[in-house]
Write a protein that binds this ligand. Structure first.
Ligand code: SAM
Length: 276
């Protein structure tokens, strides 16, 4: 695919936000010291392999995912059953560790589900001894799945901290190219965050290059939200070892929409990047 000039896209990337977003007073984003596959090595490796999705691990069975998640009382309490769309338990664990190190208080998630309650529950435990609280906003393309997540959030007792927003996927046309992505509504996000800039973004939607997915549906996510975020905010993307997501990462890096640290080889691949 030719490089999409992300930095030139109207309403994306370098365009200023319309609302008066504020940094949380003691937000101190920092870079992680963490082992990842550097993006340059990932592109080289991908180019050497002929078969489609050679680096993308085969889907785990539901019982394997349940086994990996066992011992976690949250899943038992919620009676959650893992399925093909759930985030891999190993990726959930890695994100929890990253949250423990970076300690974000304002988090935006794209693509809701079990990841929403796992991350928000972890943040509740991290911050239970102080009064500042935190804010976790999750966005989903589907009215049905966002209400399922809302029910999970209620059952986990997290509704004071988590806001669940529905944002359908719509087409965006750029010259001869068309892409689908969430209908980003700055006003809705601004209200959900009380005007505070997100310090971390977790991307696990829209449904991407897998079965029933739109192959480059995540391409516009980071460029669209970066203007609302704190500089150096950490951006994580799941499914990063899938061919379409590797191509998306290359686009983000080349267009300087994100600084890419690399991909952690957990689950289906977890990209770690930062808002420049
Ligand atoms: C990769 S999933 C997001 C998973 C979520 N982060 C989690 O950990 O459960 C991307 C999208 O798939 C959709 N989805 C979730 N469950 C689904 C299912 N069982 N069948 C079809 N689509 C589903 C939702 O709209 C969701 O935002």
């Amino acid at each position: 695919m030719d490089l999409l000039p992300i930095k030139d896209l109207k309403d994306f990337s370098c365009q200023p936000a319309h609302k008066d977003w504020k940094d949380r007073p003691d937000a101190r984003p920092e870079y992680l010291k963490i082992n990842t596959i550097p993006s340059s090595e990932l592109y080289k490796l991908r180019a050497l392999l002929i078969k489609q999705n050679s680096l993308f691990p085969p889907a785990k069975s539901q019982s394997q995912m349940a086994q990996e998640a066992s011992g976690n009382s949250l899943f038992e309490r919620l009676g959650y059953v893992f399925h093909n769309y759930s985030m891999d338990p190993q990726s959930l664990l890695a994100i929890k560790e990253i949250i423990s190190v970076l300690r974000p208080r304002v988090v935006l998630e794209l693509g809701s589900g079990i990841s929403t309650v796992v991350c928000a529950d972890h943040m509740r435990q991290l911050y239970e001894r102080d009064s500042q609280g935190f804010c976790y906003v999750t966005v989903d393309q589907s009215a049905e799945y966002i209400s399922e997540t809302r029910a999970l959030v209620d059952r986990a007792g997290l509704s004071d901290f988590v806001k669940c927003l529905h944002s359908p996927v719509v087409p965006y046309i750029f010259g001869a190219s068309g892409f689908s992505c969430y209908q980003f509504n700055e006003e809705m996000l601004f209200d959900a965050f009380n005007g505070l800039r997100p310090e971390m973004v977790i991307i696990d939607g829209p449904v991407g290059g897998g079965a029933n997915g739109v192959p480059f549906a995540r391409l516009l996510t980071a460029p669209a939200v970066r203007r609302f975020c704190v500089p150096k905010a950490c951006v994580l993307m799941d499914d990063a070892l899938r061919d379409t997501e590797i191509e998306i990462i290359r686009h983000w890096e080349m267009s300087k929409a994100l600084h890419i640290q690399g991909v952690k080889a957990v689950g289906r691949g977890l990209m770690i990047g930062y808002i420049p």
